[in-house]
Every structure is written in C-alpha cells, then in structure tokens.
Design a protein around this ligand. Structure first.
Ligand SMILES: [Zn+2]
Length: 327
C-alpha cells in the first residue's frame, strides 16, 4: 500500500498491473476508481498525508481504511478524504480489488443500446427517461459523426452513495446540500451521477466529445450547452449571470480569478463557456460548433473566432449576455 501511494506521490507513471488483478486490468485502463475522481487528472493521493485508520480481515480479504489529511501550525486538521482499500491474495501476492465492482455487485443492471445502467436495488427503473437519454445520444452521434461508445452508467439518489461505491467514506464532495452531481471517467467510459437518475446527459457528452476534442478549452462549455449542468439547462444558468452582471457592473466576468464563484448551483466560468458554444451554434448550427471546438486556446477563440480585441472580452461577454432572449 505504501509503495503504491508513493508511486503516485513521486509522480511516476503507476503500473496498475503490479497492484491489481489481471481481471481488473483487463476490464479497466485505470482500475483504481478512487485515484482520479476528485481533482481531475491529478491523483487524489497527492493531497495531504495518509494515516491508517483501521485494518481488518473480511473473508479472505484485508480491508484498509485510510485518511488523507494535513494539519496547520496550530494543529487544526484538514481532511481531504477517507478511502477504503480491499486487498486479496493471488498466489500469496497481495493485489487490490476494485471497490466499485464489489460495492455494486448486488445492484441491478439494465442495458439499452450502448448504455448499461447500474443502479441500487431500491430504485425502480424508468424506461421512458432512459429512452429519452438514448435519443439524445443518438442525435449526438448523428450530428457529430461519431460511432456509439459502450458506456457503464452508475446512478444513485444521493451524492454520498455515488462516492461511497467508488470506495470513499468521506471526501469534500460529500458534505453540503444535496445537489445533482456527475463525473465522467473518459478513460474507462464510466458515468457516475447522483440526483438525476437515468437522465444525466452532460457526462455522456464528455465521454464522446472529450475524446474527439482533447485539446479544446471548451470541453466543459460544450457539455453544459448540450447537456446542462447540475440539473439545469444552460439558459437557467445564463439568466443568473444576467442578474449578476446587472448588480455587479465592476466585475471582470472574463477573468476566472475575479469571477470563479457565483453560488452552489452555477459555475460561472462553465456557463460562460456554454454561452460561447451557444453563440457559435446560433451563427451556423453544429458545423460552427465543430469549428469552435477545433481551437486549442481561449485566446484564439476570442481573437480569431469571435473577433474580440484583446482586453475587450469582458465587454463582449456582457453585451452577449444582455442580448440573450429572456423568457
Ligand atoms: Zn462536466
């Protein structure tokens, strides 16, 4: 375990085949579903220092519970997450098992077209909602000339449960109020979502389009534009931005450092990215969106695609938001 965590901390490419069963390595490119689930493509194990909270046997496995935290000079402890690690023995060599597979083994499954839905036993599957999602996927594939991706889609009612199945007892996404959440694991074509049942399209957009446009800085924008965010359509978020700019004429909304937080349900920079996608679509449909997604820097998107003079982005965005049709 210690060496495994050190591999991540020392920034070495971790060779999962040294630590996981062959079966897990065949099934997943990244069998550790804890490692890359909190801070994007950075491994969670670089946050703080690990403390072993408990170790015990269950059947023929050993279960470890680790806390990753650090403390400040006054002794206050900041805990990033508490995770569970299941160790089995293959030819008397220790190997990790995949929490996700073990925790969801009693779950129900339903496959429709290219999506396998995985959900807890208490849930009553809603076929009409799932079919609506499939319809959107079909449209996405047609509009963007993409072939179907085989996706495993895990959903729960609450965000605690969706973190729990991957192996967390606690992390900083598990507190706070209950809002819909989602995460796309693009490396292994997995979607994790809470609060939206069978209808979370945003993360599916990521699985298709992050692969097609890996260098686009608008990956979040296109997902918000096509699939909404945190349970609301882009329009809803833009109406909030509209109110914000009226009340805050001094804020440079283009600058993510001065405008990174609006409230719990709207990430303002994602909404602005979504707005740029909306504008491209308005000027020429999906063909224009495709052109926009080919750019690899925000700078070029403003200067070359939207013809905005450098330094005038804030004015440009404010003008576009004010012009939006209000309902
Ligand atoms: Zn997203």
């Amino acid at each position: 375990m210690e060496k495994y965590i050190k591999d991540f901390q020392e920034d070495r490419a971790v060779d999962f085949s040294q630590y996981y069963t062959d079966e897990a390595c065949e099934k997943y490119n990244r069998p550790d579903k804890i490692a890359f689930s909190l801070i994007g493509d950075n491994p969670v194990y670089i946050m703080g220092q690990p403390t072993l909270l408990s170790a015990g046997e269950k059947g023929d496995t050993v279960r470890l519970k680790l806390q990753f935290s650090d403390s400040d000079t006054t002794g206050n402890i900041n805990t990033y997450f508490i995770s569970n690690h299941i160790i089995s023995f293959e030819n008397s060599e220790p190997v990790f098992l995949v929490n996700l597979d073990i925790n969801t083994s009693p779950w129900k499954k339903k496959q429709i077209r290219n999506i396998t839905f995985h959900y807890p036993e208490y849930h009553h599957f809603k076929s009409n909602q799932a079919n609506k999602l499939i319809k959107k996927i079909d449209q996405l594939e047609n509009n963007w000339d993409l072939s179907p991706e085989k996706i495993d889609y895990y959903f729960t009612k609450t965000r605690k449960e969706i973190q729990h199945i991957r192996g967390f007892d606690f992390n900083f996404y598990m507190g706070g109020n209950e809002v819909p959440t989602g995460l796309a694991d693009v490396k292994d074509n997995l979607v994790f979502t809470s609060g939206l049942d069978e209808s979370h399209f945003h993360e599916i957009v990521h699985i298709y389009l992050n692969k097609k446009y890996p260098d686009s800085p608008l990956k979040e924008g296109i997902a918000v534009y096509l699939g909404g965010s945190l349970g609301h359509e882009l329009k809803w978020h833009l109406e909030k931005l509209n109110t914000f700019i009226k009340n805050n004429p001094e804020t440079n909304i283009h600058n993510p450092r001065s405008f990174y937080y609006l409230d719990e349900t709207t990430n303002p920079q994602y909404a602005i990215q979504g707005l740029l996608c909306y504008l491209a679509y308005q000027s020429g449909g999906t063909d224009e969106l495709k052109k926009l997604m080919e750019y690899n820097t925000m700078k070029k998107i403003y200067t070359d695609y939207f013809n905005v003079t450098k330094g005038k982005e804030n004015e440009f965005l404010r003008k576009q938001i004010k012009k939006l049709p209000v309902q």
